[in-house]
Write a protein that binds this ligand. Structure first.
Ligand code: F6P
Length: 497
């Protein structure tokens, strides 16, 4: 694999952001974009003409366009696992046979949803979705963002193996009207299978005659689901080539499709497809995932920033930061290139964040005056949903905008404790409204941005071997088959005697 040329990036020197606006009336136009109902603004970053040129050169030397084409063509770009990464095919943007296969699986999901709505599986009022990581975070984000007024079903999503999570989720559920969706790409995940067993036991203990008849499996391993006891007719498969953290578009999105309705799910897919088409076709200097990745890499590579923070200035998007943590850190938290050589530079920054305005009163002190420079992303929505919007929404949005301005501008003061250094970068994503279509586009934007970062760094964003060792050791400990270090042995003895 040819080496990407970072020399122009390594030579970049940041110019104070505020001064980049001086004498450049085109800055806003060059660093803003409007796509799929989302306004993107990178003008309050250090990206200047020299940086944009340097990143364009990097993109050329890293073969970004060819890698993007391979992604959409269904080439086996997940080289360590020897498979393609076909989440875009789920929304109709991919190799024709992959799109057709995805459509087939979706028809199957739709038919089962129709049957559930017609009460063919018995009465259903509550959906208990059990999954973890990518099998929970995406559906949770969507249901939480769009399902606030949905009165079709109560949806609870349980991920943690801590029994309290399950207990709390089912506390108000009527077992006779509960459908359990077991979401696991591999159908081997310990937490998910234990939670599923306990949920089935709860149905049985509550007198539900055929607990297994109340189970739906969402998986890329239908054989394992069947061996586990799920009836073939209630298995909703998806392709092995859809990665776990990229799987909300597949049957893993079942609680969203059932909870919000099929039309909403299709809108979500269509919004994502619109972002995919933009990513696939727009020139690199007018391409949202590409420009975002340029800014990301400016901060990790040129300014040495170890973290990046996303603040959702909308209660409906409160789960976005935790969704992004898995997407970005599990994808790009890597230390070797796709062909197995050590990466000579920083890879993914630590993704964190919170909800505005709460976060302003908790962590923004560090953002304004701490010693770490943290690139911040504000995500806000123009159209409110709440009944109190007249009084509240203006305050919410003005706070988001003012924080970005304050971070950039700073304020001098003879008293050092009261001085703000300024020149702190931020980007803003302003959604016209939060509906299924715009949310689909937003999530697809983040997926493709993660891909561009990986492509430029030469790493594989689609494997996650880093999570395996701890899992294996926990399993071995459970079976008493591991000679642990003295500290770990001591902890086990204290917990279990
Ligand atoms: O442990 C990491 C992981 O493999 C994630 O990548 C995945 O989203 C999660 O576990 C759940 O896996 P599964 O869907 O196979 O249960």
């Amino acid at each position: 694999m040819s080496e990407a040329d970072w020399s122009a990036i390594d030579a970049l020197k940041p110019t104070p952001i505020a001064s980049l606006f001086d004498g450049d009336p085109d800055r806003l136009a060059r660093l803003t974009l409007d796509i799929a109902g989302i306004h993107f603004d990178w003008s309050k970053t250090h990206l200047d003409a020299a940086a944009l040129d340097a990143f364009q050169a990097l993109a050329t030397s890293a073969g970004l366009v060819a890698k993007r084409d391979q992604l959409f063509a269904g080439a086996a770009i997940n080289v360590t696992e020897g498979r393609a990464a076909e989440h875009s095919a789920e929304r109709g943007e991919g190799a024709p046979d992959s799109v057709e296969r995805a459509r087939g699986f979706q028809s199957r999901m739709r038919a089962l949803i129709d049957a559930i709505e017609a009460e063919a599986l018995g009465p259903v009022r509550h959906i208990l979705h059990i999954g973890i990581g990518g099998s929970a975070l995406g559906p949770d984000l969507i249901v939480d963002a769009l399902g606030r007024d949905a009165d079709r079903y109560d949806v609870a999503i349980v991920s943690n193996v801590d029994g309290l999570a399950l207990e709390e989720a089912i506390r108000d559920f009527d077992p006779a009207a509960t459908l359990i969706a077991i979401a696991s790409k591999t159908f081997t995940t310990t937490e998910t299978l234990l939670n599923a067993e306990s949920a089935i036991a709860w149905l049985a203990e509550s007198g539900v005659a055929d607990p297994y008849g109340r189970i739906v499996a969402l998986t890329a391993a239908p054989d394992k689901a069947m061996a586990w006891g799920v009836d073939e007719t209630r298995i909703l498969p998806f392709a092995e080539s859809v990665g776990g953290r990229y799987s909300l578009w597949s049957s893993i999105g079942f609680p969203a499709a059932l909870g919000l309705g099929w039309d909403q799910f299709e809108e979500l897919l269509e919004g994502a497809a619109e972002m995919d088409r933009h990513f696939r076709l727009a020139p690199l200097d007018r391409n949202a995932p590409v420009l975002a990745a340029f800014a990301d890499l400016f901060y990790t590579q040129v300014m040495g920033c170890a973290t990046r923070a996303t603040f959702a200035y909308d209660e409906r998007l409160r789960l976005l930061p935790s969704y992004l943590q898995q997407l970005e850190m599990e994808s790009n938290g890597k230390r070797v290139t796709a062909d197995g050589r050590p990466v000579a530079r920083a890879t993914a920054p630590i993704t964190w964040g919170g909800v505005g305005t709460d976060a302003q009163h908790a962590v923004f002190q560090l953002l304004h005056q701490g010693t770490h420079v943290v690139p911040v992303e504000f995500v806000a929505v123009v159209e409110p949903e709440d009944a109190l919007a007249d009084a509240h929404h203006r305050q919410l949005l003005l706070n988001a905008f003012a924080q970005g301005a304050a971070l950039m501008k700073g304020r001098a003061n003879d008293d050092a404790a009261r001085a703000y250094p300024g020149d702190r970068p931020s980007s803003t994503l302003l959604l016209d409204r939060l509906d299924a279509r715009t949310l689909g586009a937003l999530i697809a934007f983040y997926e493709q941005r993660t891909f561009v970062n990986a492509a430029l760094l030469g790493i594989n964003p689609f494997d996650q071997f880093g999570v395996e060792l701890g899992k294996e050791m926990a399993k071995a400990a459970d079976q008493g088959g591991l000679d642990f270090d003295p500290s770990t042995q001591d902890l086990i003895a204290r917990a279990f005697g």
